[in-house]
Structures are given as C-alpha cells and as structure tokens.
Design a binder for this molecule. Structure first.
Ligand code: NAI
Ligand code: 15L
Length: 269
C-alpha cells in the first residue's frame, strides 16, 4: 500500500480533531476537514452531518485514507448515539467502500471495555482481546464501530486500525487519567503509525502514552510501529495531592471506564 497522503479528518472541529489538525500536517499529510460545525479559520472545511450519506460519500471521494473522529463523544440518549455514531459510522464505511478508500483509523474508546475491572496491585495489564464490556450506549457504539470495521475488512478489504483511546487531552486532569492518558504528540504518532503500517487488516489497539501507571497492553499499537514518547508521571504528584489515590472501595474507581459505568458524563447537545 502506498503511504497515504490525503486524509479525511472527520470531527475536525472537536477537541481531538483540533489537536490532530494542528499536529498531523508535520507528518506530511494533506488534511481534508469535515464536521457538522463550522471550524474557525478553516473556510475549506466540509460542513456536513454524518447522517447525510451523499455528503459523506462526496467528502470521501479522492482521499487516500480516513481518520474517523466525528461523533458523540460522551453518553447520550440512544437515538442520538444511533444517528451520529452508529448510522454515521456506517455511512463513513459505506462511502469508503464505494469510493475505494482502503484505510480507516477509527476512534474507538476505552468505554467499549469500560466495565472491565481496572488492574490493581500486581494484576496483569488488560489485554487487547479482553471481552467487550461497554459501559454506556456511547461505549456500545464504539463496540459496534469495531465490529463494523471487522466486517468491512473481511467482506470488502477495507483496512482499519480501531484505536481504543484512553484520554487524549493536553494534560491529564484526574488520577485515573494518569493511567489512560495519551498526550497529543503520542496521539499524532499513533495515528501516523495506524495510517502507514502495512497489512493491518482490522487491528485493535489501545491508545495511550507509555504511562508509568498504565492499565493496558500497548503491544498491538507498538507492532504498528508506534513508539510513545510521553508518560503522565510528571503530573502525578500534583494530581494525587489534590484528589488522593484511587480508592479500591469506591465503585467509581473500580472500572477501566472510570465513572462512566456509574455516573456517565452526558453529551450537552
Ligand atoms: P468532541 O465531542 O470534542 O468532538 C466530536 C466532533 O464530532 C464535534 O466537533 C462534533 O461537532 C462532531 N460530530 C458529532 N456528531 C456529528 C455528526 N453527526 N456529523 C458530523 N460531525 C459530528 O470529541 P473529541 O474528544 O474530539 O473525540 C473525538 C473522537 O474520539 C470521538 O469519536 C470520541 O468518541 C473519540 N474518543 C475521544 C477521546 C478523548 O480523550 N478525546 C477518548 C476516547 C474516544
Ligand atoms: C472518551 O471516550 C471520551 O470521548 C473522552 O471525553 C473522555 O471522557 C475519555 O473517554 C476518558 O475515558 O477519559
């Protein structure tokens, strides 16, 4: 597969989309941006809802690969998740099939496995083939996306790297995030590896930095050529002083998905 150059970035107006549209051009990509919201300073961005199948197909036409970030990024009523995350992701895959785009990087989430107990003490790291345990309708939609990716690989030869992203923000802001944080720089390195690795078929990886307090196994990401360069540990002392260590008796600290299984943050729109 020739290295992709032109890449459609869906969800480009969002938090992660904004970080990636600033970082990925340094790797040599020409980004085509799409979001349902306008993007300040980006007059050429495609403003389209993933519900509009024709608009999605037009947006995909002529690109070498897709980084699919668009969607509801927290818990929401099922009907909204269905429209943006389930039907919307189907529209992206169908457009890729119809337009001959052979590589997708799908923004899955740790919430596809959010009910998995977090490792404590000497527990082993959580493997990538741990059973799916979505913690919300949101997590369920990411589980669907991973299965959709598998179907489009097996049936149509569209390759995907599904990245179960931990928390990709400029800095970790909670003690849990010390374990699941992905620095923006490592996020860009992981997306670049996912775009350029050969013969990925459908590969599922966890998306995080090389955190000292890591909860999961990064080996499938490293096998793509991903070399994380960051670690959340420099933020640990301050966050622990403010918030305390994770409490084994607190249910909101018991699971990989943090408080999503107990008290999920709700999409505001
Ligand atoms: P965000 O909520 O900041 O951005 C999502 C973007 O998608 C928004 O700009 C929104 O307008 C757009 N969008 C939503 N529905 C759409 C639709 N139907 N059509 C077109 N555009 C639509 O979320 P964030 O943090 O940037 O996350 C991006 C992706 O990565 C999401 O799929 C999220 O589930 C996933 N993810 C992010 C994590 C993180 O730490 N930021 C962690 C795990 C997964
Ligand atoms: C996600 O999937 C969300 O999109 C993001 O906003 C964070 O809440 C992240 O998971 C997390 O688990 O911290």
């Amino acid at each position: 597969m020739p290295a992709p150059r032109t890449v459609l970035l869906t969800g480009a107006a969002g938090g992660l989309g904004t970080l990636m549209r600033n970082l990925l051009p340094a790797f040599g990509y020409e980004l085509r941006l799409l979001d349902m919201r306008p993007i300040e300073g980006e007059p050429d961005a495609i403003i389209a809802d993933l519900a509009d199948q024709d608009a999605v197909r037009e947006a995909v036409r002529g690109v070498d690969a897709i980084i699919h970030l668009a969607g509801i990024s927290l818990e929401a009523p099922f009907e909204k998740i269905l429209r943006s995350n389930i039907e919307g992701t189907y529209h992206v895959y169908e457009a890729a099939r119809q337009e001959g785009v052979k590589r997708i990087v799908f923004a899955s989430s740790n919430h596809a496995v959010g009910y998995t107990p977090r490792p404590q003490g000497d527990d082993p790291l959580i493997p990538i083939d741990t059973p799916r345990r979505p913690d919300t309708f949101y997590g369920l939609s990411k589980s669907f996306g991973e299965d959709l990716a598998q179907l489009y690989w097996d049936k149509h030869g569209v390759e995907t790297v599904s990245v179960r992203i931990g928390s990709c923000f400029p800095e970790p802001t909670s003690v849990r995030m010390l374990s699941v944080w992905m620095s923006p720089g490592d996020g860009a390195r992981l997306f670049h590896a996912a775009l350029t690795a050969e013969d990925v078929g459908h590969t599922v990886v966890y998306g995080s930095s090389a955190n000292t307090r890591l909860w999961w196994d990064l080996s499938t990401a490293r096998a793509l050529g991903y070399c994380p360069q960051d670690d959340s540990e420099p933020f640990a002392a301050k966050l622990i002083a403010e918030q305390g260590e994770l409490d084994p008796d607190n249910e909101a600290h018991a699971y990989l998905g943090g408080h999503f299984p107990i008290d999920p943050p709700i999409w505001p729109h």
